[in-house]
Design a protein around this ligand. Sequence first.
Ligand SMILES: Nc1ncnc2c1ncn2[C@@H]1O[C@H](COP(=O)(O)OS(=O)(=O)O)[C@@H](OP(=O)(O)O)[C@H]1O
Ligand SMILES: Nc1ncnc2c1ncn2[C@@H]1O[C@H](COP(=O)(O)OP(=O)(O)O)[C@@H](O)[C@H]1O
Length: 207
Amino acid sequence: MASVGKSTNIFWQECSVGKLDRQKLLNQKGCVVWITGLSGSGKSTLACTLGRELHSKGKLSYILDGDNLRHGLNKNLGFTAEDRAENIRRVGEVAKLFADAGLICIASLISPYRRDRDSCRALLPDASFIEVFMNMPLELCEARDPKGLYKLARAGKIKGFTGIDDPYEPPLNCEIEIKQENGCCPPPSDMARQVVDYLEEKGFMHE
Ligand SMILES: Nc1ncnc2c1ncn2[C@@H]1O[C@H](COP(=O)(O)OS(=O)(=O)O)[C@@H](OP(=O)(O)O)[C@H]1O
Ligand SMILES: Nc1ncnc2c1ncn2[C@@H]1O[C@H](COP(=O)(O)OP(=O)(O)O)[C@@H](O)[C@H]1O
């Protein structure tokens, strides 16, 4: 019997089919690929390209996209530091469940605070939290501005916009860094290959 948070008198229910059984069925290892970076840095593009690439290799993945989750699970949250922390906490917990199900879970959120990302890392078993930093300059993200949000933020019509008047803390110890080479952003297929190569090398692509 345990007490967790506000829950008291709760028990952990074990079942006979476990993570290892599911991984065997899928011939892959469950993990979380956590993509962090500024708005417009290419998180969703990498997530979708990676998801497609894994699918073509017969690997089961699922994308948790910050923007999308804010239409449902996280629709009661805004963009204060507290709400962002709760957003990341919830997505971290959901990602943990997907990884336990044996999937390669791809989480794509700005996740601007190091502490919040590290809390998610701490939820996952050793080495199965793979942090991918989209290290793109603000100037590039702002020039892309596919949703017109930077323009609104610069005009003061959105307050607390990441990179403009709200902080972004870059990772200090990420597993993968995606950055410009010779002043150019690598094409989406190259970004995805960098992650697939890592997953291959670390043994996540096979049980
Ligand atoms: N104030 C502010 N700051 C940053 N982003 C904003 C803001 N308001 C709305 N948006 C839109 O919300 C998307 C980011 O949601 P996330 O859940 O990834 O954000 S966070 O991780 O909780 O910081 C983000 O999507 P991406 O552009 O895909 O990153 C924006 O479209
Ligand atoms: N590797 C890339 N090369 C060229 N354009 C890109 C690349 N990655 C993303 N983009 C473009 O940049 C914009 C922002 O990308 P997106 O994936 O929506 O970023 P985020 O999810 O971080 O907000 C989109 O218009 C997208 O097509």
